[in-house]
Design a protein around this ligand. Structure first.
Ligand SMILES: [Zn+2]
Length: 225
């Protein structure tokens, strides 16, 4: 199995408003290739190239914020399954109908019928060593992917862990739907003791590095797991 972070997300927060450039990761599994998130503006060229090369057998969407899911329209009218947690679809409908949150991908509602959406809940296996993990808080139905290869474990976190800084503190500064739940999810992830994390808005890092090794690990090219 090969895990490659194709796009390293960026974590920038202006004093007013929001920017979004999210990570996109390709997992070459034993029997299928899985694309984790499809990014938003600025990522379209990459997602389009992936589609043209028929590189992907299915897509996993961590949550329906615009910066993680806006390029889904490229997969309209195809037979590529799009895995989205049922709770996230309910949350989308709720927030969209009541206009409670503006960060959702607004056109998902328009294109949903043309996508092959595969709803799931809890922990399901997408391929050998690749399992979904519910990581709620940032959004109601936020989910991540847990990858096991030999005795090493990697979490493709989405916005459950936005950056390496986010991992190493106990606060929430991620415009979460439920900040308390976001923090407790972060604690649960830390207890799991993963070896590597791919954050939603940062490059992949090695969790096991101590403070002295920290910068060396971040600098090292860890795009491949
Ligand atoms: Zn988000």
């Amino acid at each position: 199995m090969i895990v490659c972070q194709l796009i390293e997300g960026i974590n920038l927060k202006p004093p007013i408003g929001a920017l979004g450039f999210a990570s996109v990761t390709l997992i070459k599994g034993e029997s299928k290739n899985i694309l984790f998130d499809v990014g938003g503006f600025g990522a379209r060229e990459v997602i389009s190239a992936i589609k043209k090369q028929n590189l992907v057998d299915c897509i996993f969407i961590s949550h329906l914020h615009f910066d993680h899911s806006s390029n889904l329209d490229l997969y309209c009218n195809t037979d590529i399954p799009i895995y989205i947690n049922t709770k996230e679809l309910v949350y989308y409908k709720d927030t969209y109908d009541s206009n409670k949150e503006s960060d959702m991908f607004p056109y998902f509602k328009t294109i949903a019928d043309s996508l092959l959406v595969y709803e799931f809940e809890g922990s399901i296996e997408l391929d050998r060593g690749i399992r979904t993990l519910e990581t709620p808080g940032h959004t109601f139905g936020h989910s991540s992917l847990e990858i096991t290869k030999g005795n090493q474990r990697l979490l493709i976190a989405g916005d459950a862990i936005k950056s390496i800084n986010d991992y190493h503190n106990d606060e929430d500064y991620s415009n979460a739907y439920d900040p308390q739940n976001c923090i407790s999810t972060k604690r649960k992830i830390k207890q799991e003791n993963f070896d590597y994390i791919i954050p939603g808005h940062d490059k992949m890092f090695n969790v096991k590095c101590n403070d002295n090794q920290y910068f060396r690990c971040v600098k090292k090219n860890l795009r491949y797991f």
